[in-house]
Design a protein around this ligand. Sequence first.
Ligand code: EPU
Length: 421
Amino acid sequence: MDKIVITGGRKLKGEVRISGSKNSALPIMAATLLSEDESVLENVPDLRDIQTMLRLLRSLGARAQFEKGTVTIKPGRNLNPIAPYKLVSTMRASVCVLGPLLARMGHAEVSIPGGCVIGLRPIDLHLKGLQALGAKMEIQHGYVHARVKRKLKGSEIFLGGAFGSSVLATGNVMMAACLAQGRTSIENAACEPEVVDLANFLKKMGAKITGEGSPRIEIEGVKKLHGAKFPVIPDRIEAGTFIFAAAVTGGDVAIKNLEPSHQNAVMDKLAQAGVRLERGKNTLRVRRKGRLKPVDVTTLPYPGFPTDLQAQMMALMSVTPGISVITEKIYPDRFMHVSELNRMGSRIMLEGPSAIVHGVKQLSGAPVMASDLRASAALVIAGLVAEGTTEVHRVYHLDRGYEKIEEKFSALGASIHREKE
Ligand code: EPU
């Protein structure tokens, strides 16, 4: 296993190029199953989760390869509709193959992903949406067995859950509805840019979709979809992670190849915190000179502040004088990073779904344990500003979602490298 070793205290300076979006690429890769033709996806990041999805698609019978940021997938006529526990348990996004398999093959058996360290993560909305399209669902031996007699049928579906909309459930139902008979409307659909990207890919395959990016998506089913060539959008969470890293070190960083409009909630909070942000067409320059100011943040579905940047925001607020309150509304248990940040000298207390952060003058480097992808990113950010050396263990979490993270930070002047444990 590898660890990341960081010596803090250097201001980040220079330019960093953002990779393609993991959370866009994964459902889009699943969507290629909706056609037997070959599809070509560009700007795909080289990550462990992408490799897992490629393995899953191959196990379903598709030909799938990755070369220099381009994924080529040819599902072919016959698919094996079983997504095994071994792959689904390592990556929840595997559940995205459920809708496409059901729509193409009329039958799917997909292992139930189970919870994970960021909390309970049910799939009831995925099942409810697909049932509304006419699928019969049964849970047996840890698998969802989904079947449809002849064809899925368009329907009016309300996809709201206890925590609001669901990104992947919206994607799953939208994918299946593309090949259903008649019209489907999804009410309380997720509005995340990754849902819009998926809809754009499906439209390139010949699907008829309107309303993506709003809470009501309409889909007119078609008989067949064809292969398509498509570039994936830039990763807004990777971009946000670099924005926080630049801000915490008081540096001057130009973030290239991002979509600035995806960062509106982040930019709003950082402007309140005293960070200077200059927005270009596909760039954002992040600078900070004076002291940071505390801000309160609540995570919400898009366009609200993303849960996937909550931990990184906490790392920044942990060295911001004053008290900030960070409330998690998507995953109320997503606070595994708190005890690790406190080992580095931060003063963070938990009160239900809120973290009360008393900013400290200085963090001190320490060996820490990454518990999940975004928690790991927060520990790296804390390491960049801490006095002394921080070792982030269990780096495989970071490798699930950040492409060449230590190379990108090194190029900005950070003292960071990877070592074998
Ligand atoms: N939920 C339900 N029932 C469902 C589905 C979701 O109650 O059937 C709840 C969840 O438990 C959560 C809320 O709804 O409280 C939102 O979850 P959502 O379904 O939107 O999450 P997801 O689609 O499974 C994606 C990202 C996550 C990101 C969330 C929220 C991918 C592969 N994953 O997950 O990304 O946190 O949306 O934006 O797109 C990450 O990249 O680190 C990550 C965890």
